[in-house]
Design a protein around this ligand. Structure first.
Ligand SMILES: Nc1ncnc2c1ncn2[C@@H]1O[C@H](COP(=O)(O)OP(=O)(O)OP(=O)(O)O)[C@@H](O)[C@H]1O
Length: 310
């Protein structure tokens, strides 16, 4: 794409990635990602370990240079977008200075920006106003994460990028964190977060981008991604059925036969069921369920390498 074309397409987008690639030796960390995120979208980047989420995030932030392709953030190159204060980021294990208090840390970052939000407001939004006087080396892992969140917020960015933001948080803190996030997105700002937690994507994202081995394997609303994984799981007691009988049924994608019980992942549960009834007349105890996001995740990201088995 020509430079002028890229600018035209990217101008209206919060994030615009075209043909993005990055490799480390033989590892194709990001292997041809095209992605356009509109202003105001809350997007979850989901994928197993090593899928390329962090590398993608790093390229959006200008921390890593792509081997090929292009990144635009609000029509600008990442470095310009960062300079203009358009991006706030919360990265995995970002360093905090032990000798500074929480208030000083957030205040220092605020001073670097042209239109920061008041420090007290950032602390409040991150749920750590009572920790303002505490030094970073006296904080728990989850509290440190919230300080990083306040640091990301205080620049008052239009785009917030979060790499596994709730990794060190307990369930209660996680909930509070997402409540703060809600208030942030209500003002129409864009959020991109990488996560392993399917329930977070399900609950908080408008859109799920599922990555595997450096590529986008699904992109849509939670419902759309679920549907992509193809439908339903059929469980039943099937006395006398053999693997060959089950494998020959219509619609079957995968199945597991253990003793008399079978679990079948099917793209057409009606066809599978009627054929099963004909092939195994003694079939009983039938249960059909929709694939959850977890099922979709597993089926869309499954591959032969153990690395993806998390
Ligand atoms: N600096 C680096 N040097 C060498 N290989 C790297 C480097 N950074 C990432 N990789 C490799 O690139 C691939 C993608 O890694 P990345 O961290 O982007 O994945 P991820 O989806 O964020 O994984 P996780 O969920 O574990 O954080 C992995 O195979 C990883 O080992």
């Amino acid at each position: 794409m020509r430079e002028t074309d890229i600018q035209a397409v990217a101008a209206g987008a919060a994030v615009h990635l075209t043909g993005l690639r990055k490799h480390y030796g033989d590892v194709h960390a990001v292997d041809g990602v095209d992605l356009t995120i509109a202003p105001g979208e809350v997007v979850a980047l989901l994928g197993p370990n090593g899928a390329g989420k962090s590398t993608t995030v790093d390229m959006i932030l200008g921390l890593t240079t792509p081997a090929a392709g292009d990144v635009r953030v609000f029509g600008r190159r990442p470095v310009d977008a960062v300079r203009a204060g358009l991006i706030g980021a919360m990265l995995q294990g970002g360093a905090l200075m032990d000798d500074l208090t929480v208030g000083e840390t957030v205040g220092m970052v605020a001073a670097l920006h042209r239109r920061p939000m008041p420090v007290a407001e950032a602390l409040r939004a991150a749920g750590i106003d009572e920790l303002a006087g505490r030094r970073a080396n006296k904080l728990s892992g989850g509290q440190k994460q919230r300080v990083r969140f306040a640091v990301a917020l205080v620049s008052n960015p239009d785009l917030l990028i979060l790499d596994e933001p709730t990794a060190a948080m307990d369930v209660g803190t996680r909930r509070e964190f997402w409540q703060s996030m809600y208030s942030f997105t209500e003002s129409g700002r864009t959020v991109v977060f990488a996560t392993h937690y399917l329930e977070e994507a399900e609950e908080f994202a408008d859109r799920v981008v599922l990555m595997r081995r450096g590529r986008v394997v699904a992109d849509g609303s939670v419902a759309e991604v679920r549907a992509l994984a193809g439908g339903r799981t059929l469980r039943a007691a099937v006395p006398g059925a053999t693997e060959a009988v089950v494998a020959a049924l219509p619609g079957v994608k995968e199945f597991e036969l253990r003793g008399d019980r079978v679990a079948i992942s099917t793209g057409d549960s009606d066809a599978t069921l009627w054929a099963l009834k004909a092939a195994v007349p003694a079939v009983h105890d039938v249960e059909i369920s929709a694939v959850g996001l977890e099922g979709a995740f597993l089926s869309l990201t499954a591959d032969e390498t153990p690395e993806s088995a998390r």
